[in-house]
Design a binder for this molecule. Sequence first.
Ligand code: NDP
Length: 453
Amino acid sequence: MSDYVKDLMAEVKAKNPAQPEFHQAVQEVAESLALVFERHPEYRTAKILERIIEPERVLTFRVAWVDDQGEVQINRGYRIQMNSAIGPYKGGLRFHPSVTLGILKFLAFEQVFKNSLTTLPMGGGKGGSDFDPKGKSDLKIMRFCQAFMSELFRHVGPDTDVPAGDIGVGGREIGYLFGQYKKLRNEFTGVLTGKGLNWGGSLIRPEATGYGATYFAAEMLTTRGKTLEGKVCLVSGSGNVAQYTVEKINQLGGKAVSLSDSNGYIYDEAGIDKDKLAFVMELKNVRRGRIQEYADKFKGAVYTPLDAKMDSNPLWNHKADCAFPSATQNEINAKDAQNLIRNGVCVVSEGANMPTTIDGVKLFLDAKILYGPGKAANAGGVATSGLEMSQNSMRLGWTREEVDNRLRMIMHAIHTTCVETAQRFGTPGNYVNGANIGGFLKVADAMMDQGVV
Ligand code: NDP
């Protein structure tokens, strides 16, 4: 670690105590940017990175609501408006009991670089709540979403800040949030993305993150003259990103063999084909059940419970060609990374945000496998949210083919930016540097143009 990064990190840790995920995200970017500052000291003099690290605005608020039993519940709501140099704040909302200020700051920080990479004019933001939607009735979810938006509506808008979904926030939650915003503001605008198709949503938005992560894997493989055809793929998670990753892997001729949730994972050597995936979608999106049921339903599939105390995750210890972590942050540690490399995995495309620890990333880079970090590989979701915003502004809707083509072109452009930038800064094949530097430069130049604000 250079002296610059050491000093910066000491300051970041002192100013932002007890936010380890935020420190991790900043450190990874700062290490890449040290290469830029050697050539462009003007960015350092203008303290561009130091300014990006400090959110433009942090909102925390009380969310008080009454549950089905008439009991008063209190949650904490957040919105981090991280950086608006290149467009309105844009980034998802996460509803999960693990949500803290530090988690959302890491996600908002990553979002700034990711949104810049998409080629679209979007700043970075993130928000959410420690509310746990798991096992709650639709009525409870609606009451919570309405209470959450009753404060958030003051701070967001189609030209200010446009939230979307993330863990625990899917189509149902976006609907309740949008309904409440519309009621309070008395306006029908594209304030949220991930909306329903008949009220302003875009075709392909639900699919976009998973499809995009798979397109990114295919792009990386082409650099070695390979395709996804016949490749065995490990996928974690079983929510929005994981489901559409499996769908696209199947379409491109690969074979997905695993899925997980926070209780455990299934391994299906025969592959999760179209019909099995339809079962998973019904299980997770309609019945909201646990992935264990997959192994009860399909013979040959094996369910293994996960224990947070284990030093590694057995899901990552199967023979495979590709890995698509699509659940949550830090789900691949150094031991998991070693297992993946040892088992022959040559592509890791991150559907989740920061799913690999810093030590794990170093192992992937040292092994010279094709490692696509989340801020590049999963940018298809927010890119398609950007396309939803464009359609809302124009008040028209593009066809499925049109949106999918644009998504594919954007993933291709992100891949090209990563490859060319990594090369230009003397680290060919290093997608981490490519993504961090590529995302940074556009935001940095905009901040230089706009003065110290
Ligand atoms: P969902 O809520 O739809 O699904 C999340 C999945 O991950 C569920 O299977 C969930 O299991 C599992 N999971 C969540 N937390 C944990 C945990 N602590 N340990 C183990 N498993 C866990 O979310 P998404 O699919 O939308 O998001 C998945 C990842 O992708 C996140 O990192 C998100 O930030 C990222 N992402 C999402 C985008 C999007 O468009 N939705 C865009 C870009 C990135 P369980 O049901 O048991 O909680």
